[in-house]
Design a protein around this ligand. Structure first.
Ligand code: XMP
Ligand code: MG
Length: 186
């Protein structure tokens, strides 16, 4: 059975099975690298809102104990262009000093957001700091940021679904789809 695409979605870029397979591989790599860690020492920090589905799937596939926390930043408002200035909207509850922190982000576009977060956490004295990013648009990179676990490199298109949105819509599509240009260029 094929479910029709919403009118605003041009095509499916990554289907459910492809995403699930890759997220499992990322979880395996992370579980290997953090083997032997204590629950209170390993903190996954999801970047709201876009990462919530990726984080949920990734975390449930980890075989090492871990805690989950969230942070929220804003830079895009309802547009598809980064403003370049990132604001902290919500901070983590947990103290990150002395902990092994893994930032979990949906997508790396210009890199401004992850760069900002990386610097923020670095300054707080974590035992280690790494990043897990589901998608990256290499053509758009402006800031250099370390990506330790990457899902997929994708072309410069606006993607929605699996947590990603356009103006807070389409987040819960089970696949990652390409938004029609007509939706955001009028
Ligand atoms: P920067 O440019 O700071 O962007 O690396 C990272 C943030 O921008 C959002 N973003 C997207 N969201 N589809 C989305 O739904 C996209 O194609 C897209 N590109 C960037 C996202 O919130 C990410 O955290
Ligand atoms: Mg985001």
């Amino acid at each position: 059975m094929t479910v029709p695409l919403p009118d605003s979605v041009e095509r499916v870029l990554l289907d459910e099975a492809t995403i699930a397979h890759r997220v499992q591989e990322m979880a395996d790599a992370i579980s290997d690298d953090y083997r032997g860690i204590r629950n209170e020492d390993f903190l996954l920090v999801g970047v709201l809102k876009g990462s919530f589905i990726f984080l949920a799937d990734l975390a449930r596939r980890l075989t090492v104990p871990h805690r989950v926390d969230f942070i929220a930043v804003s830079s895009y408002a309802d547009s598809v262009e980064s403003s370049g200035s990132v604001r902290l909207m919500l901070d983590t509850r947990a103290d990150v000093a002395g902990r092994h922190v893994l930032i979990v982000e949906d997508i790396l576009d210009t890199g401004y957001t992850l760069h900002y977060l990386y610097r923020l956490f670095e300054a707080r004295g974590p035992a280690s700091l790494r990043t897990a990013v589901l998608l990256m648009k290499p053509e758009r990179r402006k800031m250099d940021v370390p990506v330790h676990y990457l899902g997929f490199s994708i072309p410069d298109v606006w993607v929605v679904g699996f947590g990603l949105d356009y103006a807070d819509r389409f987040r819960t599509l089970p696949y990652i789809g390409v938004l029609k240009e007509s939706v955001y260029r009028e």
